[in-house]
Design a protein around this ligand. Structure first.
Ligand SMILES: NC(=O)c1ccc[n+]([C@@H]2O[C@H](COP(=O)([O-])OP(=O)(O)OC[C@H]3O[C@@H](n4cnc5c(N)ncnc54)[C@H](O)[C@@H]3O)[C@@H](O)[C@H]2O)c1
Length: 448
């Protein structure tokens, strides 16, 4: 990409993004509630049974040029995205249930919808998983690969990817598996060589999600992470992502409570309203809730959920407003609610002269209904990134932070959590790779 000055305005000349010809293979790790809701949803849309609500790639538009030009194409017509008709799904799970059985168990979609889709959903059967209960205490996997060490397991996943590649034109891997225990990077994550030695030695710092990610990236396949697990958030795997031109992005789908947080907190900060406390609690009764009931998996989720407020409020810049904010997060497993999560936020704010006020948010959401379109968009955009000469070898795709509770960034950069900055960044990236002018919202030209 080069930029040139034209009449005082910067105009970009894009290098060509390859078209999305042929089939896009989507390999999903973990065929649980989110994954089956995404797969069933894509099939329902393909058959004209429903609309892809919540998916920016399918329903969103993008403004090009000046407001007076009225050029607002659909995003999917502006950038070369794979069509839903061209997506082929497969995946891995620690249980043998096919996608129909797993979706029926998750109880997100109603029986009538599932019955209509059953013949298709039944055809998608999981491959045996890489799993170790040490990393997810509440699950007992039965459909699991055996290997002499973690290297052997990685090779088996690589063989699965290579076999699938023969049947499609391009592949993306997405983790929709469970939340693993909290792990921090160790020496084994410092370089590709150290990581590969760690695979040979079955180092405990390498969790199953990292084995899948390593396998995907080694094969030049983009990898998305829907959970808060460490996974590709290490020097070793970022290096591999760049080396193999296999894009990665941050982690943990931004769906319910954090989605709301990253909308409300920027509004308070924009108006210089102070924050004294933010108490967030949740009840949910799906398998994800059961896994998060284990303190070690909860810790991984908690870290992911906690980050956003600190980065948005920047207490070091605004000590009078946010220095003492008390932020607490609770998740309680409550089986009667299934996937229909309920989240409460009590927000203590203060205004002019320090006078206190309160806001209560009660979000009765459907977890997987919110997550499924995000998973779909991440897959489609990572496939786009892989076809973009400018994006494919940069490793982290920060422009996809829009979808994630824990955005990943280059070393030394703070993550951007504000949903509207994230949205602008995403759309400007699309404009940029397609050679369109960026939109700054300055708008002085209308008053010349
Ligand atoms: N639903 C949401 O709104 C939301 C939001 C953000 C993040 N997430 C995360 O997305 C992930 C999936 O959520 P869900 O509600 O679908 O959970 P789920 O429990 O219904 O599904 C997870 C699936 O992963 C499988 N699995 C676990 N470990 C595996 C492994 N090593 N290999 C292959 N399969 C494995 C499980 O058997 C299960 O089928 C969770 O980590 C969750 O925290 C969900």
């Amino acid at each position: 990409m080069s930029t040139e000055q034209q009449g005082g305005q910067k105009t970009a000349t894009a290098s060509k993004v390859a078209p999305a010809t042929g089939k896009l293979g989507v390999m999903v790790v973990g065929l649980g509630a989110v994954a089956t809701t995404m797969i069933a949803g894509v099939e329902a849309v393909r058959r004209g049974l429903a609309k892809p609500i919540g998916s920016l790639t399918q329903m969103g538009t993008i403004r090009l040029g000046k407001r007076t030009e009225n050029k607002v194409p659909m995003i999917k017509d502006f950038v070369p995205l794979a069509k839903l008709e061209d997506i082929v799904f497969t995946g891995w799970d620690i249980f043998e249930d096919n996608v129909y059985e797993s979706a029926a168990h998750a109880k997100v979609l109603d029986e009538k919808t599932l019955a209509e889709l059953k013949p298709y959903l039944e055809t998608i059967k999981p491959m045996p998983a890489v799993f170790d209960q040490y990393y997810v205490k509440r699950l007992h996997g039965t459909h699991v690969k055996q290997g002499k060490n973690k290297r052997d397991l990685a090779n088996q996943v690589i063989a699965d990817i290579q076999a699938f590649k023969k049947t499609v034109d391009r592949v993306v891997v997405i983790w929709c598996g469970s939340t693993e225990i909290f792990l921090e990077p160790t020496a084994v994550h410092e370089s590709i060589e150290a990581f590969e030695k760690g695979l040979e030695d079955s180092d405990t710092g390498i969790a199953p999600s990292q084995i899948y990610a390593y396998a995907a990236l080694s094969e030049g396949v983009p990898f998305a992470n829907g959970a808060p697990n460490l996974t590709v958030d290490t020097k070793a795997l970022i290096e591999l992502s760049k080396k193999k031109a296999a894009p990665v992005c941050g982690k943990d789908f931004k769906t319910g409570q954090t989605f709301m947080k990253t909308v409300l907190a920027p509004a308070f900060k924009a108006r210089m309203i102070g924050g004294a406390g933010w108490f967030s609690t949740n009840i949910l009764g799906n398998r994800d809730g059961e896994v998060l009931d284990d303190p070690q998996s909860f810790k991984t989720k908690e870290e992911s959920k906690l980050g956003s407020l600190d980065y948005i409020f920047q207490p070091e810049l605004y000590p009078d407003l946010y220095k003492d904010i008390y932020h607490k997060i609770r998740i309680n497993y409550y089986p009667p609610r299934g996937d229909d999560k309920e989240a409460w936020d009590n927000i203590d704010i203060f205004g002019w002269l320090g006078y206190p006020m309160q806001i209560k948010v009660n979000f009765l959401c459907r977890d997987s209904i919110l997550a499924a379109p995000i998973a779909l968009d991440l897959v489609l955009f990572l496939d786009l990134a892989k076809r973009s000469p400018e994006l494919r070898s940069i490793g982290i795709q920060e422009w996809l932070s829009f979808y994630l509770k824990s955005p990943q960034t280059a070393a030394g950069l703070y993550p951007e959590h504000d949903l509207f900055i994230q949205s602008m960044k995403l759309k400007n990236t699309l404009r940029h790779i397609m050679g369109e002018d960026l939109i700054t919202h300055l708008g002085l030209e209308y008053y010349d």
